[in-house]
Write a protein that binds this ligand. Structure first.
Ligand code: NAD
Length: 488
């Protein structure tokens, strides 16, 4: 970091050194566009190649490092994140716009992820099996891949980087990490913390590299480099699909977590309060900017009107304001482009026949920012654009259905399959929904967003590609299996 003006400048981290980029990009607070958090270095293709080469050079040392050393590095990161969860949470809320409680919660989660994978570094064993041939033994072990490229979106500025970086390092890989352009602050902070662990020792320079910069240059160069053995990506469907093809063409391993159009089913026998809280929490909190947000709320006829009335009543109590104010329930939208997209989808839903039950308009607050009232649109069908495409904002639509069977069919009628929820008191329907919902994650009487950090995360159909992230399942992606035979 350098401070040659009132606003600090932050550099990339390559081969154990902080280096300026080809230019800088301002990091602007969506709650107050006059607040510039810092100017962040922008890497180009040449710097990306230098970082990849550094990671490649450091791989033998890191692959040979003891599990204890890897544990110590990851545990130290977890400890610092825990100790600093308030100041990092504040930075997160300032650059992304989620509330301070959400920002601190996300930082805490990132700490837990580092601590979890510190333990996984110690647990990564293999198997011994008797051979079918006499006098031969078989060992199955897991080896790191080499250099991995990690590409993150803007909506979880510290948790998503954590759930990619921690397992990559735990299993012995070297990392080139590219955060999203809109949220370099948390990424830089994480790099700063990592740079002060044992990775500061010369033999480990290059084990972890931070490259802030445009996806079209830095991301693309990672996808194309023959030295990068695997890419873990989270982001939009369009970018993800291009990246999957690029990796497949050169046989690099790839894991992509992409969009969602997550259904929340509310049946007649649901506890109304549970259903309303689940819907409001997962559709609108974190400004609806979660890949697991409920965006299609599928409600059976008997409870429909009561559910809509109670949801609107609850929405009226929500306070939309500056992310760092203690009284704020929902912060601003991340930037002008996303706000414009949200408003466009609200207008389109109305043009296609939906009725705006609440919200959906831009609002002004004390400071200039991207504030929007959450929108609930009723009278929609599953065929309308609002039911088919991901908005990625605080916009949800209600689809009225006859019964459980129609609700299940409607929930599954989507190209996506990330998360799906049901609110019901029926064990039969809950069980059937868990079995038949086409989604990687299923919730019963809970919001569709909000998951544990120690179990697999990911979707089905168009939402995901490749092995699962998180928990011990992450090992599948970040290691390769080796089978060795020994004659006695
Ligand atoms: P995005 O696709 O625009 O960007 C994601 C990342 O890819 C960024 O770091 C970007 O710089 C990079 N990128 C852009 N072009 C690239 C290229 N040609 N090659 C390589 N990398 C490139 O997505 P976003 O707007 O940052 O994030 C929002 C999207 O992320 C939403 O669609 C959301 O559903 C999705 N998301 C999914 C999950 C999940 O786990 N399924 C989680 C969070 C967000």
């Amino acid at each position: 970091m350098s401070q040659d003006s009132a606003v600090p400048h932050f550099h990339n981290y390559i081969a154990g050194a902080w280096v300026a980029g080809e230019g800088t990009r301002p990091n602007i607070n969506p709650s107050d566009t006059e607040d510039v958090i810092g100017h962040y270095a922008q890497a180009d293709t040449a710097q990306t190649e230098a970082a990849i080469a550094a990671a490649h050079g450091a791989f033998p040392a890191w692959a040979a490092a003891t599990p204890q050393l890897r544990f110590d590095v990851l545990d130290a990161v977890g400890n610092e994140l825990l100790a600093r969860r308030e100041d990092i949470g504040r930075l997160l809320s300032r650059e992304e716009g989620k509330t301070l409680a959400e920002g601190m919660g996300e930082t805490h989660r990132a700490a837990m992820i580092f601590k979890y994978f510190a333990g996984e570094a110690l647990r990564c064993g293999g198997e011994n099996l008797p051979s079918v041939r006499p006098g031969v033994s078989v060992e199955i072990s897991r080896a790191p891949l080499g250099v991995v490229g990690l590409i993150a979106p803007w909506n979880f500025p510290i948790a998503i980087p954590a759930w990619k970086i921690a397992p990559a390092l735990a299993y012995g890989n070297c990392v080139v990490f590219k955060p999203a352009e809109l949220v370099p602050g948390c990424a830089w902070t994480l790099a700063d913390i990592l740079s002060r662990t044992a990775l500061k020792n010369k033999e480990f320079h290059g084990v972890f590299n931070l490259l802030m910069g445009p996806g079209s240059q830095v991301g693309q160069a990672l996808v194309e480099s023959p030295l990068v053995r695997a890419i873990s990506f989270t982001g939009s469907v369009g970018t993800g699909r291009r990246l999957i093809s690029g990796c497949a063409a050169r046989q690099a391993k790839v894991q992509a977590e992409m969009g969602g159009k997550n259904p929340l089913v509310v049946l007649d026998d649901a506890d109304l309060e549970v259903a309303v809280n689940s819907a409001v929490q997962s559709a609108f909190f974190s400004t609806g900017q979660r890949c697991t947000a409920s965006s299609r709320i599928i409600v059976t006829e008997g409870i429909h009107d009561a559910f809509v009335a109670a949801t609107v009543a609850k929405m009226k109590t929500l306070n939309i304001d500056h992310a760092l104010k203690a009284s704020t329930d929902i912060g601003p939208v991340v930037d002008a482009r996303q706000l414009e997209q949200n408003l466009r989808y609200v207008a389109l839903a109305r043009a296609e026949g939906g009725e705006l039950a609440f919200g959906g308009e831009r609002v002004e607050r004390e400071r200039p920012g991207f504030y929007q009232m959450p929108a609930l649109i009723t009278g929609t069908s599953n065929a309308m654009t609002i039911s088919r495409e991901e908005v990625f904002g605080p916009v949800a639509n209600v689809i009225r259905v006859k019964d459980f069977e129609e609700a299940l069919l409607t929930a599954n009628d989507s190209e996506f399959g990330l998360s799906a929820g049901i609110c019901t008191r029926s064990l039969k329907h809950a069980t059937q929904f868990k079995q038949q919902a086409q989604a990687g994650m299923v919730m019963v009487n809970l919001p569709t967003a909000g998951v544990d950090y120690h179990v697999p995360f990911g979707g089905s159909k168009g939402s995901s590609y490749g092995p699962r992230e998180q928990g011990s399942y992450a090992r599948e992606f970040y290691t390769q299996v080796k089978t060795a035979y020994t004659a006695a």
